[in-house]
Design a protein around this ligand. Structure first.
Ligand code: URA
Length: 266
């Protein structure tokens, strides 16, 4: 793939100045050549301790979705209503990766239709990105929760659950070959890079990931809902839009011919 060509259209739009980069030999990778190794799950957490993830060898999203409906690669399916697969156009330029379906998504079978989805929609609109031109998905495709009275309280997926689900995410990306992947929050980052990276320190940067060469990082929209007061919420929302503005700018200046992501990154 023409990395230079993508660099030419992305680099001028990186909002965070010299910290932004898409070069695979980036400072981050150079300074930490073991970045894909150091954060590996412990032996007991490795996905090979579970049944293999049954991802069919196909780029047909419908077929992938049907197969994912029966996934038992980790135990999250037991308490979830259904697998919530990604959603969006086959021709999507951008793939947005969230954490996992929430309560409403679990019932609806669609990603980002609840409160976090509404924040995401508002921010996309503010950045001039049409959600219908995106494919929206999650790092983990079952809702993980614990009961609290009549409510179902969100629980963070474990490293093992993220690893077990990553083959589905990679299959979606292989099928879609988008120009840009956006990690929304820490779980998406973990899925994309195979280790934890601090979201706030790396937001707005372009750092090649296991999901594709043009991957960028921003916060999860639910972090805006959790902001403590209206001023903090407003600032958190504005910062989120700033990150999405950079994605919109990169899309506006993309080359006419659709670049193909390099296969070895998958
Ligand atoms: N949060 C996510 O990460 N994904 C959803 O689909 C909904 C909420």
């Amino acid at each position: 793939m023409e990395t230079g060509c993508l660099a030419a259209f992305l680099l001028p739009h990186c909002r965070h100045g010299t910290r932004s980069r898409i070069d695979p030999t980036s400072e981050l990778l150079r300074s930490d050549p073991n970045m894909f190794r150091k954060g590996e799950p412990k032996a007991a957490e490795r996905p090979d301790q579970c049944p293999p993830t049954p991802v069919p060898e196909t780029s047909d999203l419908g077929e992938l979705r049907r197969a994912a409906a029966n996934c038992r690669a980790c135990s999250l399916y037991k308490n979830a209503t259904q697998t919530v697969f990604g959603e969006g156009g086959r021709e999507a330029d951008v793939v947005l990766v969230g954490e996992q379906p929430g309560d409403q998504e679990d019932y609806a079978g669609k990603p980002f239709v609840g409160p976090a989805g509404r924040i995401l929609d508002q921010a996309l609109q503010a950045a001039g990105i049409d959600r219908s031109s995106c494919y929206v998905t999650n790092a983990v495709k079952h809702f993980k929760w614990k009961p609290s009275g009549k409510r179902r309280l969100h629980e963070k997926p474990s490293a093992r659950e993220i690893e077990a689900c990553r083959p589905w995410l990679q299959a979606e990306l292989r099928s879609l070959r988008p120009d840009i992947v956006v990690c929304l929050g820490a779980t998406a980052v973990r899925a994309a890079y195979g280790k934890n990276l601090p979201v706030l320190k790396n937001r707005g940067q372009w750092i090649p990931s296991l999901l594709g060469p043009n991957t960028t990082i921003t916060v999860h929209p639910s972090s805006i809902l959790r902001a403590i007061d209206p001023a903090a919420k407003e600032k958190a929302f504005a910062d989120f839009v700033t990150d999405l503005d950079a994605v919109a700018a990169a899309l506006r200046s993309k080359p006419q011919s659709r670049p193909l992501p390099s296969r070895e990154l998958f």
